[in-house]
Design a protein around this ligand. Sequence first.
Ligand SMILES: Nc1nc2c(ncn2[C@@H]2O[C@H](COP(=O)(O)OP(=O)(O)OP(=O)(O)O)[C@@H](O)[C@H]2O)c(=O)[nH]1
Ligand SMILES: [Mg+2]
Length: 391
Amino acid sequence: MPTNVTPEFDKQRIVYEETEDLTQRIVELEKLLSLAPRHKGAERMVGDYRKKLATLKAQLEKKREQDRARRTGGSEEGVVRKEGAGQICLVGVTNCGKSTLINAVTNADLDVGSYPFTTPVPTPAMLILEDINIQLVEIPGLFVGSHEAGIGRQALAVARNTDCIALVIDLSQDIDQQMNVILGELDAARIRLNKEKSVIRIERVGLGGHMIYGAHNFEGDIEVVKEYLKARRITNIIVRFQRPATFEQLVDALDASVAYVRALIVATKGDAQGSVARFKELEEKYGHRFDIVPTSALKKENLDGMSWAFYEHLDILRVYTKIPGKKREDRPIVLPEGSVVEDAARKVHKELFVERFRSAVILRDNDKIKRRTVGLNYPLQDGDILQLASR
Ligand SMILES: Nc1nc2c(ncn2[C@@H]2O[C@H](COP(=O)(O)OP(=O)(O)OP(=O)(O)O)[C@@H](O)[C@H]2O)c(=O)[nH]1
Ligand SMILES: [Mg+2]
């Protein structure tokens, strides 16, 4: 080493180089840096050691993260990347038939077993429906307390961020027991099903105190709201009751960690003994809150109906672009329901068809008016064929 160093530094360098434990290596390297010469000629060497120190610290942080993940049961394995036009999570108690349903409508080959927890981590598969792909994700079986267990927490985190939850109910077993477990666990994970977020609008503000609008929509004494805000130490806030709302809805609205997810029920094993009576019971008890789709994966009954119900619950629409004189595109543009021509134009080419928009023509085969010239604000329908022209 050409750089002039002290004997202490040299000794410490040997100690550092011979230390293998990551945490200790960081300690020794820091000590080494404190002994490093300060003159100009040593700058480069010191710089290299600093970089090394940063790398070691990053390694340590990563290791700690992995240890934490292992302790809480979270691992990369259970992380599901969203793909396709929308995602549906299948949740239910163990053995209710989730994997069998997914296998029946996709190319997946998930393990099926009569023993519990055959599917241990959230597992995706792709449902190809006409010209779009819908991602189905099997969530490991829920049980009382699963939201507190590491693996359950991880699974429910996937369900929180999904586009729609399918509650899979096994018609060969007691209905209430399954529903209670599933709804209880989702609720504990702060996932609200088929509830509208927009009933109450909350705005945190810097000053102004408690500003409450639409108080007549609150089902109860508005003083309770003020008391509650005070108890939560929220001093400045705008609360807008846009539609009739309960106290529980207010509590949820104030809680940013609450997720609002659309849901439907898929009743499966419709071939099993007693399934007819249980299906009737399910409709009577839960039909007002959820659409219910009866199926049997075993007998391949109503699997198409289930797939289309998934599509319906994603609240999306498909639009096909077309160049005049040519066939329409095979692959649709997928947009949220309620989208207008501009949303589609933006996806095709913003500069060309929004900024330099000239006209749009919508072709609707199933409509009285088969061809209409429209503007950027015109609402789209599922199946629309769209011709865009730019200036
Ligand atoms: N009779 C009948 N049995 C079914 C049907 N679908 C699934 N099964 C049976 O139910 C058991 C569980 O099926 P799975 O598809 O593994 O259930 P799962 O919900 O994925 O279960 P876990 O991943 O273990 O939580 C198996 O023994 C299947 O053969 C069906 O439509 N009818
Ligand atoms: Mg399974």
